[in-house]
Design a protein around this ligand. Structure first.
Ligand code: G3P
Ligand code: MG
Length: 375
């Protein structure tokens, strides 16, 4: 028997706790299930203990990813118990977020083929362009590219009304926001296009602001010439894939972009900062979004009289995202998030950069810890 706990053995007891599981390095290594993953999730489902999967991964629609995870883990999952890196972006298209970008022209970066464009359109964004569209329309914008990688996924650009500002002489899109949905596949092309837009006049591709690095500018991050806002879905510098050493993630791309941006503009020494809107673990925005989805899922599982969710055990392999996020999260509904670090992913031993409540071997031990705490 797993554990002699009242909760696990008495179906009438509605647990006031739940689990949040990171995926890469906790349940999977790339697409290979880790040994205890199926056993652990099955046990929790048998005993009606709620959990969600909270990942900085992405690049597929929530439904596609959940279908794939259900098959890989041999557990029945659905989107009500799943949050991935760009899931909160949907609020920027449905009017529930801080801004409404639904009909704005957004450059969606990252992911394979044009999957992320289709995800963005599935969220409700109506005016999505991709680097493939741009490089196919303007091959000279980046000389070092394999055009045949982009052609099949390109759509014709809808030129903006080219104002009287100088431009490249072509009708070009006016980009209002840049959104990195998933790890970029062509860092060089994507960095070039993002830099072009961050230095542009008002997001008009092919223009160049003359306000660069003006130290008289109010220091509000950008070059103050109407450039587009930048959104990232995942800050992970490293993550646990199938290779035995951690791999660069979207945070690595951000570091490369910032390096080029600072080299061109003079960076902070020149009173110019790369301003970004960050999502993904460990940000508060993503943990609050996840807690809300977990609460809805728990109510669906346990009924509306399930009582208050008092504690959540965040099980992760990355101290910089999973552990830091849970440690720093202050729930607006008062639940306590305890961080549990596993040794099956990025973390390999030693003093972690962010101290978890406990360090255990794997996801099975993590659930034993949580159930033990709940008695
Ligand atoms: O892109 C995946 C990587 O950033 C880590 O994902 O599941 O460990 O949060 P995860
Ligand atoms: Mg992980």
């Amino acid at each position: 028997r797993f554990l002699q706990t009242s909760i696990a053995n008495d179906q009438s007891v509605v647990p006031s706790f739940a689990f949040a599981f990171d995926i890469d390095g906790v349940l999977l290594r790339s697409s290979k299930p880790l040994p205890q993953a199926h056993r652990t999730l099955s046990y929790l489902q048998t005993h009606r203990i709620p959990f969600i999967l909270l990942t900085n991964g992405g690049g597929k629609s929530e439904q596609e990813r959940v279908d794939q995870l259900s098959q890989l883990l041999d557990v029945s999952l659905d989107t009500s118990m799943f949050v991935q890196s760009h899931t909160p972006f949907a609020e920027l298209a449905n009017g529930t977020g801080k801004v409404n970008l639904k009909d704005k022209c957004i450059l969606v970066v990252g992911g394979a083929a044009d999957r992320c464009r289709r995800i963005a359109e599935g969220y409700g964004f109506t005016n999505v362009v991709t680097p493939s569209d741009i490089i196919t329309a303007y091959p000279a914008i980046w000389p070092f590219v394999y055009l045949d990688h982009h052609g099949p996924f390109a759509r014709p650009l809808v030129p903006s009304v080219v104002s009287n500002q100088q431009s490249s002489g072509h009708p070009t899109p006016k980009v209002d926001a840049i959104m990195v949905f998933n790890e970029p596949r062509d860092w060089a092309l994507d960095i070039q296009l993002i830099i072009d837009l961050l230095l542009s006049i008002g997001g008009h591709l092919g223009t160049l602001s003359t306000k660069n690095g003006d130290s008289n500018l109010p220091n509000q991050g950008y070059l103050q010439d109407g450039q587009p806002e930048l959104y990232f879905s995942n800050p992970d510098l490293l993550w646990a894939a199938s290779y035995h050493l951690p791999r660069l993630g979207q945070g690595g791309f951000q570091a490369a972009l910032e390096g080029v941006f600072n080299a061109i503009t003079g960076g902070p020494a020149n009173n110019v900062h790369l301003h970004r809107n960050l999502f993904g673990k460990p940000t508060h925005a993503t943990f609050a979004f996840a807690e809300n989805r977990l609460s809805q899922h728990r109510t669906a599982l346990q009924g509306s009289d399930a009582g208050k969710l008092k504690s959540v055990y965040m099980v992760g392999d990355n101290p910089e995202s999973d552990i830091r996020g849970a440690n720093e999260y202050r729930s607006p509904v008062g639940s306590r998030w305890d961080s549990v670090l596993v040794r099956s992913g990025v973390y390999r031993g030693g003093k972690p950069a962010y101290e978890p409540k406990v360090i255990v071997q794997d996801v099975w031990d993590a659930v034993r810890y949580g159930l033990g705490k709940e008695g």
